[in-house]
Design a protein around this ligand. Structure first.
Ligand SMILES: Cc1cc2nc3c(=O)[nH]c(=O)nc-3n(C[C@H](O)[C@H](O)[C@H](O)COP(=O)(O)OP(=O)(O)OC[C@H]3O[C@@H](n4cnc5c(N)ncnc54)[C@H](O)[C@@H]3O)c2cc1C
Length: 447
């Protein structure tokens, strides 16, 4: 069979599409294979941009979570009841909440300067900005209180950038995965997207020869698996590529949320609209978790006298607690295709969670009170930000699945673009760093 495309990418999430754009801009022809169907119009744009969610923002989260396929939500905490995959054109990048902080636990695959340049490019791809936040009354006033609060623990308080553009009416148009591609003429020209499911990677020695898909065999010079942090190692396992570190050193973010009725002194005058705030309190050595104060989406149904409260009086506090990368914390791949998890939290992991929870309660009292029905809750474990499942390692010593170029150890032409590559305990939302990595991996292929 002739090779029509130079690179085949499996998965159309933000990381696969970012790799596709970078390769296309460097002159390669790329085929992206995606098993899921479109849930937004145009395909791969953000689901949240539809009129129904602009009119009723609170209806977004329940609607979006319908596209999360939980692996088994009945299992106990350490088996990650929240672990889920999304199969759509655009992957989870059409239902995500678009928060795009830069990473906090970088590792030496590139110089600080190149990390920074790639972050800038990743921000451009995703349309990341924090343009109007300085006009938000809650942003200014809560931000000032948080700065005083966070100073002793050495934490930086900053605006939290988001991937999207403000419309004239002040609402956000959120960036979806395919927007990354559509913004580039070279990418529109050189990238083809096809509905297909990859069943197996077929290799001979150090070379991948072809992919077996639902519709037959596809071939290219290089292959990038970008199926997300669960389906990527699952495909490697299914294909017989059983590297020692596959699924091990797994990290994720236990995530606690509560919604706050903000005290009047932090808000705009009664009845006046206010731009929704987005504030990040960055992790530090003394406080190695990540705290967000923002008004975005809420998993709660408010009750009692608090049912009707104007949006400009509300914020959520999100506490994001990273889990240490340890070999025994892992995804387990079974011969029958199932994936299960065994991620026992250590004393250190639990200690960070307890400290973050205590902090959220102190912050609540500082800026207002808990909205009735919206008390602090830990989201199902495994729900947020899985990393490490196909981690990078500097040498092939069994602690990594891919090298620092993102190439699977032992292969010449098989690369990964997934948050699973992240080998460190990252405290912040990972997607911007993942897109940065996808750009890095694309550069290794096209160099
Ligand atoms: C509700 C929600 C909110 C979030 N909010 C944020 C946030 O604010 N900030 C942040 O940083 N992150 C956030 N995330 C996480 C973010 O969505 C992910 O980090 C990101 O989507 C990962 O991108 P990806 O390209 O690696 O994988 P995915 O987006 O999961 O896409 C992978 C794609 O690969 C396809 N695929 C897999 N296997 C195959 C196969 N064998 N054949 C063909 N196709 C295949 C899948 O169908 C899927 O479409 C959020 C996630 C959710 C669910």
């Amino acid at each position: 069979m002739s090779t029509l495309h130079e690179v085949i990418i499996v998965g159309s999430g933000p990381l696969g599409i970012a790799a596709a754009r970078r390769l296309a801009e460097r002159g390669a022809s790329v085929l992206v294979l995606e098993q899921g169907c479109a849930i937004s119009d145009p395909p791969g744009s953000h689901y949240r941009n539809s009129d129904q969610f602009i009119a009723q923002p609170d209806s977004y989260l329940p609607a979006a979570t319908k596209y999360l396929e939980f692996l088994d939500d009945s299992v106990p905490r350490d088996a990650l009841p929240g672990a889920a995959v999304t199969r759509t054109v655009g992957g989870q990048g059409v239902i995500w909440t678009n928060l795009c902080p830069r990473g906090d636990a970088l590792w030496p695959i590139m110089s600080d300067e190149v990390w920074s340049d790639h972050y800038q490019l990743a921000e451009e791809y995703l349309g990341v900005q924090s343009d109007r936040l300085d006009r938000s009354i809650r942003q200014q006033r809560i931000g000032a209180a948080l700065e005083t609060f966070a100073e002793p623990s050495g934490r930086d308080v900053m605006a939290l950038p988001v991937a999207g553009r403000y419309r004239d009416d002040g609402s956000l148009r959120y960036t979806g995965s395919l927007d990354i591609l559509n913004a580039s003429a070279a990418a529109r020209r050189n990238v083809a997207l096809r509905h297909d499911r990859v069943e197996r990677i077929v290799a001979d020695g150090h070379q991948v020869k072809w992919l077996e898909t639902s519709s037959g065999r596809v071939e290219a010079a290089s292959y990038v698996i970008a199926g997300g942090a669960i389906a990527t190692p699952q495909l490697l396992f299914r294909s017989g590529l059983r590297l020692q570190a596959l699924g091990r050193y797994l990290s994720y973010h236990p995530l606690a949320v509560c919604q706050i009725v903000v005290a009047p002194e932090f808000c705009s005058a009664e009845g006046l609209a206010d731009i929704d705030p987005r504030i990040q309190v960055r992790p530090s050595e003394n406080a190695p978790w990540y705290t967000l104060v923002l008004h975005d989406v809420s998993p709660f149904t408010p009750s009692g006298d608090d049912t009707e409260i104007g949006s400009s009086r509300l914020v959520e506090i999100q506490s994001i607690c990273p889990v240490d990368n340890e070999e025994h914390k892992r995804a387990i791949f079974h011969e029958d295709g199932r994936v299960t998890f065994d991620v026992p939290l250590s004393e250190a992991d639990l200690g960070r969670m307890a400290a973050a929870e205590k902090e959220a309660r102190v912050l609540t009292d500082l800026i207002g009170r808990v909205r009735e029905g919206c008390e602090l809750t830990w989201m199902p474990f495994g729900f947020a930000h899985m990393t490490g499942t196909t981690r990078m390692s500097k040498v092939n010593d069994g602690t990594g699945v891919a090298d620092y170029q993102g190439r699977v150890w032992g292969f010449d032409n098989l690369y990964l673009a997934t948050n699973g590559l992240i080998p460190t305990r990252m405290a912040v939302n990972p997607t911007l760093t993942g897109v940065n990595l996808a750009i890095h991996v694309a550069d290794q292929i096209s160099n």
